[in-house]
Design a protein around this ligand. Structure first.
Ligand SMILES: *Cc1c(COP(=O)(O)O)cnc(C)c1O
Length: 380
């Protein structure tokens, strides 16, 4: 529980230099992802731990993340969609079990089987299609079965589980390798839905063929032993998002996002700043414009300050598509120059901080990150 992890450093000298051409740099600490995986393993005390790498590894890069996790012994992965699974299979080669959380789209079962992907069966229709795929390819196929224990999103409804359980041919040609469900309120430890879902899962899983069971996402791991079963499925915590909101994060930060200053200027009292002149200078002040905007995933309502050498630089006016104007009056004159990098995510502003300011969650901050950054990887 109290195992401490030597923090890996985001020191730039560890990494290849960013090309001068890049306007913004996203530094991804794969060493921190590996340390986070070890931290979750310690919490799980012997229970197996998968890696959820859907949505391109929460925007961080699924192939990089999966191969970093594989070095920690992780051999089970979850993506949301078939296309993600096919791409991850190409990246990982033959190794590893790859589950498709949303199931296989109709008529794509043969592609999934050929790539040795394991669907998460969420409905009787998906089950019948997978049975038929097994018949067609003339061999047994593996499947995970998801039951809806109370989130009402994906999975076999209780009535459907009972119907399937009553039909001895339901799993003809199918080897059930996992029975799973997903928690709706795991990040609220006191929420009564957690225990209700666990009890529903207990009942439903025993109606299905015996198989390893899985219930916990990142936050679910911190609900304690009864939620761990045989396999945990963390995503967010691996990427440095706090799985225990309201308490200090047990995870290490994984991303640092910095963008370059492209121009600095002196503002006179009364100057209108940015689109709509939503800010007007109240006196003389200094401003810097950075090459980074909402096209890079920084929503107009996201956190409204950047940082430079520990000094907070508030946004002035609106976020533009490709630029943001910062108030740099708090820095000594000429301290910040064109070409300098200011921090949007990192030691001064965590993903969770940025999300909190924007009224959203860290998941959305990460998966919104754009595609114009130079991506630098540390500690793979
Ligand atoms: C996304 C997802 C996870 C991972 O959840 P985190 O909160 O990111 O840990 C696990 N299981 C299912 C079914 C999911 O959709």
């Amino acid at each position: 529980m109290n195992e401490t992890i030597a923090p890996t450093t985001l020191a730039p000298q560890q990494a290849e230099p960013a090309p001068a051409a890049a306007d913004a740099v996203l530094t991804i600490d794969l060493g921190a992802i590996r340390a986070n995986y070890r931290r979750l393993k310690a919490e799980l005390d012997g229970v197996a731990c998968a890696g959820v790498v859907k949505a391109d590894g929460y925007g961080i890069g699924a192939a990089h993340v999966a191969s970093a996790l594989a070095k920690e012994g992780c051999d089970t992965f979850f993506v949301a969609q078939l296309g993600e699974g096919l791409a991850l299979r190409r990246a990982l080669g033959d190794a590893g079990t790859i589950h498709i959380l949303n199931g296989i789209p109709p008529d794509a079962e043969a592609d999934a089987a050929a790539a040795n992907l394991v669907p998460v069966i969420n409905s009787g229709t998906q089950l019948a299609a997978w049975r038929q795929a097994a018949r067609r390819c003339g061999r047994g196929l593996r499947a995970a079965v998801q039951v809806d224990s109370g989130m009402s999103r994906l999975g076999l409804a209780p009535g459907e589980v009972e119907t399937i359980a009553g039909d001895p041919s339901s799993f003809d040609g199918i080897e059930v390798t996992l029975v799973m469900s997903h928690l709706a309120c795991a990040d609220e430890p006191g929420h009564p839905a957690n225990e209700r879902q666990r009890l529903a899962f207990e009942r439903l899983r025993h109606l299905l063929p015996p198989a390893p069971a899985s219930l916990a996402n990142s936050s679910g791991i911190f609900l304690g032993r009864p939620y761990h079963y045989d396999l945990a499925r963390p995503g967010a915590a691996l990427y440095g998002i706090n799985p225990t909101p309201g308490k200090a994060s047990p995870m290490l930060p994984v991303v640092r996002l910095e963008a370059k200053v492209i121009q600095t200027r002196q503002l006179e009292a009364g100057a209108g700043v940015g689109y709509g002149h939503t800010f007007r200078a109240t006196g003389p002040m200094r401003a810097a414009t950075v090459s980074f905007g909402y096209a890079d995933g920084w929503h107009r309502r996201a956190a409204s300050a950047a940082w430079f050498e520990g000094v907070r630089l508030p946004f002035l006016g609106r976020v533009s598509m490709d630029s943001i104007i910062l108030d740099v009056s708090a820095l000594p004159a000429n301290r910040l120059k064109a070409g300098d990098l200011v921090e949007f995510l990192g030691p001064s502003q965590s993903v969770d901080d940025a999300a909190g300011h924007a009224g959203t969650i860290g998941y959305e901050i990460l998966t919104s990150l754009g595609h114009r950054f130079y991506r630098r990887h540390l500690g793979g």
